[in-house]
Design a protein around this ligand. Structure first.
Ligand code: M6R
Length: 615
């Protein structure tokens, strides 16, 4: 899981690649490197650390001249993050240089063969094996780089997005993909290579997304020639016009992407239901659902597969689908599902949820479900992502790019899409009346304004964060629709502040976690008026009698919890099924402020990456 960038054209490559790598740091940031062709040779600089560390080092180490280059920001898989294992990697002759995102699974056996033939290796990476394999094929068969890449990749087992060039042929870059994304930006006699379009969006809106098992020779003057890696057949390039703009990608005046994305939620939710929901006409229309209505209505059950925050959105959907559409739902961690030999039939509908659309376990779960005859529906944010393409049908969340590693707007927009689907199916099945259906739509339409209102608690949440920032543990409790929100609140806190936090169904507290409660334990309790309110109030009393510190998330105007809790954060009232869209907001802000006060890197927490494209 890494970010790759390349450039060939008439401009200086270095600033383009450097800026591109900064935009791709969400994909990995434990080391980085750039290789530039200076007109006669390849100049390469790489380092453990972030792209800023690379910039400091590179500008002292090598000239930054050249109109051809490739760069990489890494999230280590094979070989610890250090200078030597950083990409790019040279071949033994020094003629070829490569960057790679993915894993070559059979690299050890390939390496042994290459060592027998006299090759030596500096790094522990699978990537250095690949570049030498390409060199070996090229040398033995005396063929062009593109052909050598193709032959080498046919010997490889694993996943890759690669870019490679030859210093003796500095008018071309060869790229290929299998399982990791790769886009080619098309300019006026200049070309950009990247893991997504963000590195080249200000230069061109025209892009080709390579499909799995495709490779391309990107040549100055001649353009892009795409082939199937396996059978060598030529593919007609499909050039897409990108809708993404740079402002959407950059921080827009906020200190961090995470904060920007938290504040973007009113619009993101609006964008997600806009055009799909027409409350006045009593209509919800989503092409992916309409086209497959029979399959949905005949389904014995829905199986949701996802990871992390997306799995939490899946848990919320379990309540929504069962409540509204009366369809049984099972929510599975994709990583467990795929290895469990699950019972799946062609009467099952699988819903795969993923912000990035690139999560390896979710992708594998989809493939498994499809191979057993299930219909698979995707809920993704990234347009054209692998999951979006692998599923039978789907609905995008339209949240815009989410760069902060901690998912925020992805969660609320996923819940929005899943609510729309559940409502549509409920109406088609007749499990809710037309007035209930209309009422839900009217309430959903009010949510963006209510999210805005919930964001007004920001300063107060900040003051609470100041009080509890040094706590060693946190508990998050919720019931019903807000149990998954408790899990999500705990995940947000631990992933960016590194404070241990656990989420529980409030009633489960008595079965163990209550032993943890003392005067040092902050406990966030979601206690909105709709949904088991009295029961949650009893749970709060149990906490209070054990001296736990209570932070209540309550409905505006609540008095009962206010009388018991140490602090209450109010959110506007809504119907029960929509409360997660509001109660999650203060929990996102709480984790953000605590992490910031502790001096943590909010957007790029340690050990994590935005898209987990390895198992
Ligand atoms: O892109 P996906 O939604 O498939 O990603 C799934 C998880 O990796 C992701 O939600 C992760 O848990 C986030 N860092 C949580 O904030």
């Amino acid at each position: 899981m890494c970010g790759i960038v390349g450039y060939i054209g008439h401009r200086e490559a270095y600033p383009i690649i450097l800026k591109g790598l900064k935009r791709l740091e969400y994909r990995g940031y434990d080391s980085a490197g750039i290789a530039l062709f200076d007109g006669s040779d390849i100049k390469l600089s790489k380092t453990k650390g972030k792209v800023d560390d690379l910039q400091n080092r590179l500008e002292r180490e090598i000239p930054t001249k050249g109109t051809l280059g490739i760069g990489h920001t890494r999230w280590a898989t094979h070989g610890v993050p250090n200078d030597i294992n950083s990409h790019p990697h040279y071949s033994n002759s020094g003629n070829l240089v490569i960057i790679h995102n993915g894993i070559i699974e059979n690299y050890e056996s390939l390496k042994k063969e290459l060592i027998k033939r006299g090759y030596t290796f500096k790094s522990d990476t699978d990537t250095e094996v690949l570049v030498n394999l390409i060199e070996d094929v090229k040398k033995n068969e005396d063929i062009k780089l593109g052909k050598a890449v193709q032959i080498a990749l046919n010997q490889v087992v694993g996943a890759y997005a690669i870019a490679v060039f030859d210093k003796n042929k500095p008018n071309e870059i060869v790229v290929a993909r299998l399982g990791s994304p790769l886009a080619i930006g098309i300019g006026e006699n200049e070309f950009f290579i990247a893991s997504d379009a963000s590195p080249f969006i200000e230069y061109t809106k025209n892009a080709i997304y390579l499909e799995d098992e495709e490779m391309a020779v990107v040549r100055l003057e001649k353009g892009v020639k795409i082939r199937k890696i396996k059978d060598d057949s030529l593919v007609d390039p499909y050039v897409q016009e990108l809708k993404l703009n740079l402002e959407q990608i950059e921080k827009g005046g906020y200190d961090h992407f995470m904060l920007k994305e938290i504040y973007e939620q009113p619009n993101a939710i609006l964008d997600t239901f806009r055009g799909r929901m027409l409350p006045n006409e009593g209509i919800i229309k989503m092409a992916g659902v309409e086209d497959n209505m029979k399959t949905f209505l005949n389904a014995n059950r829905i199986i949701v597969v996802a990871c992390g925050t997306s799995w939490h959105a899946g848990l919320v959907s379990e309540y929504i689908f069962e409540d509204l559409a009366r369809i049984p739902v099972e929510v599975e961690y994709a990583s467990e599902f795929r290895y469990r030999n699950p019972v799946i039939t062609d009467k099952d509908v699988v819903i795969a949820i993923s912000q990035s659309g690139e999560t390896a376990d979710t992708l594998a779960a989809i493939k498994l479900a499809k191979s057993r005859g299930a219909f698979v529906f995707g809920v993704c944010n990234v347009v054209g992502s692998s999951i979006a393409r692998e599923t039978d049908a789907g609905a995008y969340t339209h949240a815009g790019p989410e760069i902060g590693v901690a998912s925020t707007k992805a969660f609320t927009t996923q819940i929005t899409v899943l609510t729309l689907i559940a409502l549509r199916l409920a109406r088609a099945k007749g499990t809710i009346s037309s007035s209930e259906f209309r009422q839900h739509m009217i309430e959903l339409e009010l949510i963006p304004e209510k999210v805005k209102k919930s964001l007004e608690s920001d300063d107060y949440v900040k003051s609470i964060s100041e009080i509890y920032k040094n706590a060693g543990n946190f508990l998050y409790l919720g019931r019903g629709y807000n149990f998954p929100v408790a899990l999500e609140g705990a995940l947000k806190l631990k992933e960016i502040s590194y404070i241990h936090a656990e989420g529980y169904p409030a009633a489960e507290m008595k079965h163990g976690p209550i032993a943890l409660i003392d005067e040092n334990m902050p406990i966030v309790v979601i206690a909105t008026k709709k949904g088991h309110y009295e029961k949650v109030v009893s749970n709060i009393q149990e906490i209070k009698s054990r001296k736990g510190k209570i932070i209540g998330i309550v409905t505006e105007g609540d008095q009962q919890v206010k009388a018991l809790a140490d602090h209450v954060i109010e959110v506007p009232e809504t119907i029960e099924s929509l409360t997660p869209l509001l109660t999650t907001i203060p929990l996102q802000l709480l984790s953000y402020h605590i992490a910031l006060m502790l001096g943590k890197n909010v957007d790029q927490p340690r050990n994590l990456a935005k898209a987990v494209t390895v198992e």
